[in-house]
Structure formats: structure tokens, C-alpha cells
Design a protein around this ligand. Structure first.
Ligand code: PRP
Ligand code: URA
Length: 209
């Protein structure tokens, strides 16, 4: 069974409170999503492989740890996952970025796929799927299925705000995946929105409503 980690650092909780506020406009919302993603990336990458290297300081030669050769890929679920990419790239600038386009049908709440472009060597990379919201879990579960079909083997999921229903669906469908969230909220409402949540992440990021 993959592990579920709730990252409860004070800086993340503070910024999530600001993100949830309905009076936070798109500019601040975007900046905050980027900042929280950067802070979470620190924890999500805690166990990536390291190797010992020899470094010559101005004083002497010494052994240091650096990231091992294994390469990383960040894969946002469009649209809202895009808001997390720049923050993560600030910490992991060598990562490649793939894109998976999914939208949730408003009636059925089922994800509909419309785009997929991944790094060619995705099977060799440690993949971090990003999406601010894990609601029913349908979008994240489908994105992970798609990644596995394309050969990805080492996948983790990173979301800012989640509902228990979404965590359960992803954990049941993909028991090999580690899930990282900033918050596990109370529930979904009758329209499939997370309660208390933050509303529609894509619309708030891009100002489309
Ligand atoms: C939102 C969100 C997730 C999905 C979560 O995207 O960014 O991708 O809903 O819901 P689920 O867990 O029930 O699948 P949306 O479909 O609204 O598309 P958008 O990002 O383009 O606005
Ligand atoms: N998608 C969102 O953007 N917000 C929710 O609360 C649920 C799905």
C-alpha cells in the first residue's frame, strides 16, 4: 500500500488559509499556489536517490551527497496542475515537464481526457503528478493509469487540498502510489466540490469565472 502524507508545515498551512479565502484574487492565488507547491516539493522529494560524489573545495577534496542519476518528471493535470509547476521547477530545475489534459464532466463528474504529452523517456523518470485538488479522485486515478500505460513506473501524486473520497479512490486503484497532500478536508458536497475546499481551482487560477 502506498503511503499518504499530509504535510502540515506552518508555512504551508498559513498559505493554504490564504488560498481558501474567497477574497483572494487570481494574482495572489497564483503566487500562493506556486509557493505552496515549492514548499511541498521539499517533502515530496525527501526520499529520492542520492549518490556520493567527490568535490574539491578551496581547502581540500571531500565526499558529498548529490542527487543520483535518476531523472525526474513533473506532470501537471491541466489546467489547474499547471499552477504548481513553476514552484517545483525552482527546486528541481532539471526536471522535464509532461502534460495531461483532463476535465471533469460537470454532470457525471467523470474525467474526460483531451491531451497527453510526456517526456520520451518517462519510464526512466521519477514522476510527480501535480493537481491542486483531489476531489472524487477520478482525474488523478485516470492520469496515473495513463502514465502507467505509457511506461511510467515510479509515480507519486501531490495535491494541495484533498477529500477523503479522492484519497481512497487513488489508493484503491493505485496501491503502489505515494500521495502527498497539504490538507485532507471534510467531504465532497452534492456537486463534487471539496468542503471547505477553495472552490474551482482552475477558474480561480486563470480568472475564468
Ligand atoms: C479540477 C481539479 C482536478 C479535478 C479534481 O479540474 O484541478 O483536476 O477537478 O476533481 P476529481 O478528483 O473529482 O476528478 P477540472 O476538471 O475542473 O478542470 P480545470 O483544471 O481545467 O478547471
Ligand atoms: N475541482 C475543483 O477545482 N475544486 C473542487 O472542490 C473539486 C474539483
Amino acid at each position: 500500500m502506498g503511503k499518504v502524507t499530509q504535510i502540515t508545515h506552518p508555512l504551508i498551512l498559513h498559505k493554504l488559509a490564504l488560498i481558501r479565502d474567497k477574497n483572494t484574487g487570481s494574482k495572489d492565488f497564483r503566487e500562493l499556489v506556486e509557493e505552496v507547491a515549492m514548499l511541498m516539493a521539499y517533502e515530496v522529494t525527501r526520499d529520492v536517490q542520492m549518490e556520493e560524489v567527490e568535490i574539491e573545495t578551496p581547502i581540500c577534496v571531500t565526499k558529498c551527497k548529490m542527487l543520483a542519476g535518476k531523472k525526474m518528471a513533473i506532470v501537471p493535470i491541466l489546467r489547474a496542475g499547471l499552477g504548481m509547476v513553476d514552484g517545483m521547477l525552482r527546486l528541481i530545475p532539471a526536471a522535464k515537464v509532461g502534460h495531461i489534459g483532463l476535465y471533469r464532466d460537470e454532470e457525471t463528474l467523470q474525467p474526460v481526457e483531451y491531451f497527453c504529452k510526456l517526456p520520451q523517456d518517462i519510464e526512466e523518470r521519477e514522476v510527480i503528478v501535480t493537481d491542486p485538488m483531489l476531489a472524487t479522485g477520478g482525474s488523478a486515478a485516470d492520469a496515473i493509469t495513463l502514465l502507467k500505460k505509457r511506461g511510467a513506473k515510479n509515480i507519486r501524486l501531490m495535491c494541495l487540498i484533498s477529500a477523503p473520497e479522492g484519497i481512497k479512490l487513488v489508493a484503491d486503484t493505485h496501491p503502489d502510489i505515494d500521495i502527498y497532500v497539504g490538507s485532507i478536508d471534510e467531504k465532497l458536497n452534492e456537486k463534487g466540490y471539496i468542503v471547505p475546499g477553495l472552490g474551482d481551482a482552475g477558474d480561480r487560477l486563470f480568472g475564468t469565472k
